[in-house]
Design a protein around this ligand. Structure first.
Ligand code: PEP
Ligand code: MG
Length: 567
């Protein structure tokens, strides 16, 4: 047994597991001087690798803040210019030029006397190693072999590594390099797994197969513990788990701004398991339950009323009285059902999806509506319809709901007579007729994932245009403001459930538009609640007004990043 005491841990908790050593196996970048005639080829190799890296990162950026930061770095001309200059003026081959640029930029960040900016050095390494991988053609998932509970041990972990880890198996992290505020540590804290980083020369000599206890509470690493010690730590871990559970309960307390405005921070989920997890993270309810997950998992055909009813009822019960908004089947676009193969569409996102499908396949829709109504007797359920572009669609959907109510009444089956129905605002058409929709709907939920693609005419899955998929575009921010104003005028609650709701850069703006709720994925809830509680509503309103006057996405971004003064 070996016990190593360390100064501090980056993420608290106690974890047990087998060591999983990460070997990056990246051969040193070859360094050679090149001739004049080789320069165009070397330049091309670097530029194409950089473009490929940008495309990869662009695809991930709107869903994950790490990659959004990487996208910014890749868009910064300074990085590209530095490499090109080294190729053309210093006669260095592309790998050498990139490695040197990485060192220089990394050093610049590392020397800054600011913990946050210091950590951007890791992002530079991550971005450059992605470009390097593209040049060498050596990509691969270093974490795919993890098949049991492990403690990941590495020289360093890059921010993007966390996107590849299966956190149901990765129980803790240990690294030689890296600092407390790195993205990896932020993710570890979000996931609630212990991390001890930046051990330097104090890194123990782990061997593959070692069993390790990571004590991020008292900053200890215990390698191959004796049985008695292991038992002691299991006990300690259990006590910690109990304590943490009660802290998470506190995260479930309502959140208000510094000047007293109450905001609901709800969660997005697609299954009963996810609802349970989301509620543990302190969600004030479920703002978006994507019912299509149930349809996609169904074997052999559309699920019948009974299994749907059972699933919705369980989801409601998991909310323990808090509200849950279940979205009716939103199939089509990129979501297809294995048992329902229709002809391929030329433009699936502009085709037979969401409410359009449901209004055409009334048999499928009514089965779902009956199941939802029946479930409504068991909790606080609201229904919303996706992809609405007209008042007629909403009326037709509601009329089918009324038919289903009528049927249930005649069958003496209980349901909530006053169940609320809402519209997802996901299309520019819905934004423009928000006033008319607000007269008929009980609530709105803005689905920015689609609203962005339809407003900016940018396919959310097409890599070639991913740079244009920009939540900071003034058209998006003004659309949100318009919808929020309209709903407020009509006294109707309005929330947002697209990925933008969990984006720390936009959350204060969203707050200032007058939205009454945000719905985000589980892990981000405690942090977003904390952010909201440290801002004033008045300040956020000023920010929203200022941002809506900006004419470019860059100006918007600058305003949003300088919003600290409004606290
Ligand atoms: C949205 O479009 O913002 C949304 C929440 O729906 P989905 O991502 O499921 O299309
Ligand atoms: Mg959508």
């Amino acid at each position: 047994m070996q016990r190593v005491s360390v100064k501090t841990s980056a993420s608290k908790g106690i974890a047990f597991g087998e060591v999983y050593m990460v070997k990056r196996n990246q051969p040193e970048a070859s360094r050679r001087l090149i001739e004049e005639k080789e320069k165009p080829d070397e330049t091309d190799r670097f530029v194409s690798a950089m473009e490929e890296a940008s495309l990869e990162v662009g695809k991930l950026a709107d869903r994950n803040a790490i990659f959004a930061a990487h996208r910014e770095m890749l868009e910064d001309p300074a990085l590209k210019e530095s490499v090109l200059l080294k190729i053309t003026a210093e006669n260095k081959n592309a790998e050498w030029a990139l490695a040197e640029t990485e060192d220089e930029f990394g050093r610049l960040f590392a020397e800054i006397d600011d913990e946050y900016l210091k950590e951007r050095a890791a992002d530079i390494r991550d971005v450059c190693s992605r470009i390097m991988d593209r040049m060498k053609g050596t990509t691969g998932n270093l974490f795919e072999k993890i098949d049991r509970e492990v403690i990941v041990v590495a020289e360093d972990l890059l921010p993007s590594d966390t996107a590849l880890m299966d956190f149901s198996k990765v129980r803790g992290l240990v690294t030689r390099l890296g600092g407390q505020t790195s993205h990896v540590c932020i993710i570890a804290r979000n996931k609630g797994i212990p991390a001890i980083v930046g051990l330097g020369d104090g890194m123990p000599a782990f061997q593959p197969g070692d069993f390790v206890i990571l004590d991020g509470l008292d900053n200890q690493i215990i390698i191959n513990p004796e049985k008695k010690i292991a038992r002691k730590y299991r006990n300690k871990a259990f006590l910690y788990f109990q304590k943490r559970t009660s802290i998470l309960k506190e995260a479930g307390l309502p959140v208000t701004t510094t000047d007293g405005k109450k905001i609901l921070v709800m969660g997005n989920a697609g299954s009963v398991d996810e609802v349970e997890k989301t509620m543990q993270y302190g969600a004030d309810g479920i703002g978006l339950f994507r019912s299509e997950q149930l349809f996609m998992q169904s074997k052999g055909g559309f699920p019948n009323e009974e299994p749907q009813f059972a699933e919705y009822r369980k989801a409601l019960e998991a909310c323990k009285g808090k509200s849950i908004i279940i979205r009716t089947l939103d199939i089509g676009g990129d979501k297809s059902l294995p048992y329902y193969l229709e002809e391929k569409e030329e433009n699936p996102f502009l085709g037979w999806r969401g409410i359009r499908f449901c209004l055409d396949r009334k048999d499928v829709f009514k089965t779902q509506l009956r199941a939802l109504l029946r479930a409504s007797a068991f909790g606080n359920l609201k229904i919303m319809f996706p992809m609405i572009i007209s008042v007629e669609e909403f009326r037709e959907a509601k009329s089918l709901l009324e038919n289903s109510k009528e049927e249930l009444r005649s069958e003496n089956i209980d349901f909530n007579e006053n169940i609320e129905t809402g519209v997802m605002i996901e299309t520019p058409a819905a934004v423009m007729i928000a006033e008319d929709l607000a007269r008929e709907a009980d609530f709105f939920s803005i689905g920015t994932n689609d609203l962005i693609q339809y407003t900016l005419a940018v396919d959310r899955l097409n890599e070639k245009v991913s740079q244009l998929y920009n939540p900071f575009h003034p058209a998006i921010l003004r659309s949100i403001k318009k919808v929020a104003d309209t709903a407020t005028k009509h006294g109707k609650p309005v929330g947002i459930c697209g990925e933008m709701a969990g984006n720390q850069q936009t959350v204060i703006f969203l707050l200032g538009t007058g939205l009454s709720s945000l719905s985000i994925s589980a892990g981000g809830i405690p942090e977003i609640k904390q952010m909201i509680s440290s801002f004033s509503y008045k300040g956020s309103q000023e920010l929203a007004a200022e941002v809506c006057r900006k004419s470019t996405a860059d100006q918007v971004s600058t305003s949003l990043t300088k919003n600290d003064k409004r606290k």
